[in-house]
Design a protein. Structure first.
Length: 444
């Protein structure tokens, strides 16, 4: 109890400091900040973590295409240069000229131009989307999965390593956030024009001919989540802990007319996948994220009867605490929103220097776990084509799916049966208090 209060008190005192700042404060003892437990990892466990790492990509890539592109964008000398240009498409780069570039940057641009030309010459068909999509947009076609452990537990104090490994999955969603960064602004504009009519601030979905902006966004999000779920299925995760990637505090606040509908699409993409495909999950724990998202998810769940292939539970806790607790008994996962720099192999941005809005969910999860082991220059997965797996696309027709007939048994779930779980009480529950008769999942 005293450790908990002390930890909360320290957190309040230091909320405006970065990790580096906190560690340099002379009045703070390591024990007071991090507790007295010891977390240990041996070489055998480290090797297992590294060997478990996989990259899942959209089938529009080939592993070789992705690897060649990655090698150019991730080169340490020019990583920041390309990070400032993730709104560029490969076609933009092909015609790029800038006399202010350094010799190293010019060499990198030349390499990428030659790569684009060779790919166009060798692949006449099927590459239109690749070459006209921004690098930031292509980043949403990737997810990185790696087994590992949280080093810090409750109240961000060191915990003893125990339980099952957690599958850490990094993925990024379309970036609609109108940031102050010039490249971020351009990237947001490119994403908006795919789905909304100009002027975008009016928040009107694009509808023309056979194009439906809302359905196109739904399809894209379903494919993002399908890669995540496929990674979980491969590692036999039965009780995944899911978070609404892309629905942080600042996303889409400049589209008030359509904001709630966009958030609904993000949730609906998850739920439709749990209806339409079998991933061998037992119970899925879905967080609605920010409090303002809860009524939107409630309205969506209440709209009709859902036919899931597993039990679904909604809660309001963070991804870290739920995954950490579940791992004591079950195979679970921790999914977190990555930045666009995932296409450069950069996992865990701003974790050591960021604070306030710069210290994101990704920063926190990576800085308090072994997820940093998936980063380029640490993990060999970024050098091994055999560990890149293509995931077949879900066609647009799936977005029109409405639970009706199946070749396998599904569990119809009305809104009343999708239980909002009080996680804090659940940790202390007895078997008779659990929500499903056939799935007693009480964590000590």
């Amino acid at each position: 109890y005293q450790r908990r209060v002390h930890g909360d008190d320290l957190r309040n005192q230091l909320k405006d400091y970065s990790v580096s700042d906190v560690c340099s404060q002379p009045q703070i003892s390591p024990e007071g900040l991090l507790g007295t437990e010891e977390w240990v990892i041996d070489r055998e466990t480290y090797d297992k973590i590294q060997k478990s790492t996989m990259i899942y990509i959209d089938e529009k890539f080939t592993p070789e295409f992705f690897m060649d592109l990655f090698k150019i964008l991730s080169d340490d000398k020019n990583a920041q240069f390309w990070n400032d240009r993730l709104s560029y498409s490969l076609r933009d780069i092909e015609s790029m000229e800038d006399d202010t570039l350094t010799e190293e940057q010019k060499e990198s641009v030349t390499r990428l131009k030659e790569f684009v030309k060779s790919e166009i010459d060798n692949n006449k068909d099927g590459y239109h989307e690749l070459f006209y999509s921004s690098l930031g947009s292509l980043a949403t076609s990737i997810c990185v999965a790696q087994l590992g452990y949280f080093i810090l537990g409750d109240h961000n104090q060191i915990q003893t390593r125990n339980g099952n490994p957690i599958l850490f999955v990094a993925a990024c969603a379309p970036d609609f956030y109108n940031s102050e960064n010039p490249d971020g602004k351009l990237q947001a504009r490119k994403e908006l024009q795919k789905y909304f009519m100009f002027p975008y601030e009016k928040g009107k979905w694009r509808y023309h001919d056979n194009y439906n902006g809302r359905e196109e966004l739904m399809s894209r999000l379903m494919n993002i989540y399908d890669r995540i779920y496929s990674a979980c299925e491969k590692e036999e995760v039965k009780y995944p802990s899911l978070t609404p990637i892309g629905l942080g505090k600042h996303e889409m606040v400049f589209l008030p007319q359509v904001k709630n509908d966009v958030i609904s699409v993000y949730f609906e993409a998850q739920l439709k996948l749990l209806e339409s495909k079998m991933y061998n999950f037992e119970t899925v724990f879905i967080s609605y994220g920010q409090p303002q998202n809860k009524p939107i998810l409630e309205q969506l769940l209440a709209k009709r009867i859902w036919y899931f292939k597993c039990d679904v539970t909604v809660h309001n806790k963070d991804a870290k605490s739920v995954a950490n607790r579940l791992s004591r008994k079950f195979a679970t996962c921790c999914i977190y929103q990555s930045s666009r720099m995932i296409i450069q192999g950069l996992i865990g941005t701003w974790w050591e220097k960021g604070f306030n809005e710069r210290y994101t969910e990704e920063s926190h999860i990576v800085s308090t776990s072994t997820a940093i082991f998936a980063r380029k220059n640490i993990c060999k997965v970024w050098e091994d084509v055999s560990r890149i797996q293509r995931v077949k696309r879900i066609e647009n027709e799936v977005t029109k799916f409405h639970g009706a007939t199946y070749d396998y048994q599904s569990v119809p779930m009305s809104f009343q049966k999708i239980i909002y779980l009080d996680i804090d009480s659940w940790w202390k529950c007895g078997k008779n208090n659990w929500i499903y008769d056939t799935h007693v999942l009480c964590v000590d």
